[in-house]
Design a protein around this ligand. Structure first.
Ligand code: NI
Length: 266
């Protein structure tokens, strides 16, 4: 026993021993690496798209009460291209102050780092829709790319812990037969385009929106544009004073979840 230990002890100091140990380490790591490495790689791939862990799904909230938009002066405010860590929180604060719900069309690649904003949207009663992964014109990409754009954004949104959207807003409103056939969701269009992204001040945004609205319309704005947030408090005050009932996109059309078709306004 003693001799053996002693022999091992001595062997440890011979250069050949280090070579053997090094070879063993290489072999062991090599055997472990493909499995461990690929898991790690898979994780990393997902992390580039949506860093952080999956968030726990939020408890499902009760559906918003139906609104009779044939009787009420309904109007659906929609916000695209976010979430923006700068602008979206301001918009959410102002909507909460006025106790109104809107619809947010999310760009999937903007979710990373903004998961809490999505969760707040959901908790605050807003509707969340899909606005593609990276905002390409869907009439210029292949059907496979189009499928990926929709699916990847859905995945990012769901990973934030909110229910999978049933609404899809095509970037630029670009739709053709392939888009209609491939996107398995309600195509959520609009019929008031104030071009808020062009406006320099909140006042201009308010004027442009108010110039276009009528009961039953869908207003397209962007929660990545500061003047839109700047004008929103005044806009909501004006709309309330004018007896508009602000509703989500699905409320406006009384949509069944996933109902197919293109919806522009009532
Ligand atoms: Ni957009």
């Amino acid at each position: 026993m003693k001799r053996k230990i002693s022999a091992a002890y001595h062997t440890a100091y011979k250069p050949q021993f280090f070579v053997i140990v090094a070879a063993l380490v290489v072999l062991l790591v090599g055997a472990w690496w493909p499995a461990g490495g690929s898991v790690e790689l898979g994780d990393r791939t997902q992390h580039t798209s949506t860093p952080g862990q999956n968030r726990p799904p939020l408890p499902l909230r009760p559906p918003l009460p139906p609104v009779d938009c044939a009787q009420e002066a309904c109007l659906a405010l929609t916000f695209d291209d976010g979430p923006s860590s700068q602008v979206t929180p301001q918009i959410l604060d102002i909507l909460a102050k006025h106790h109104v719900q809107a619809t947010f069309f999310i760009v999937g690649s903007h979710v990373a780092g903004n998961e809490e904003l999505l969760r707040r949207m959901y908790r605050d009663g807003h509707e969340i829709g899909n606005h593609s992964w990276s905002h390409p014109d869907f009439t210029t990409i292949t059907a496979a790319q189009l499928d990926m754009q929709v699916a990847k954004a859905q995945q990012a949104i769901v990973r934030a812990g909110v229910p999978a959207p049933t609404l899809f807003r095509p970037p630029y409103g670009a739709v053709n037969a392939v888009v209609r056939a491939h996107v398995p969701m309600t195509l959520a269009m609009w019929n008031v385009d104030p071009e808020d992204w062009r406006q320099k001040t909140g006042k201009e945004v308010v004027e442009r929106v108010e110039a276009g609205i009528k009961p039953g319309r869908v207003v397209d704005m962007h929660d990545v544009h500061q003047p839109t947030a700047d004008g929103l408090d005044q806009l909501l005050t004006d709309l309330t004073n004018a007896n508009y009932k602000l509703v989500t996109f699905s409320q406006l059309f009384n949509l069944a979840p996933g109902q197919r078709g293109l919806f522009y306004g009532r």
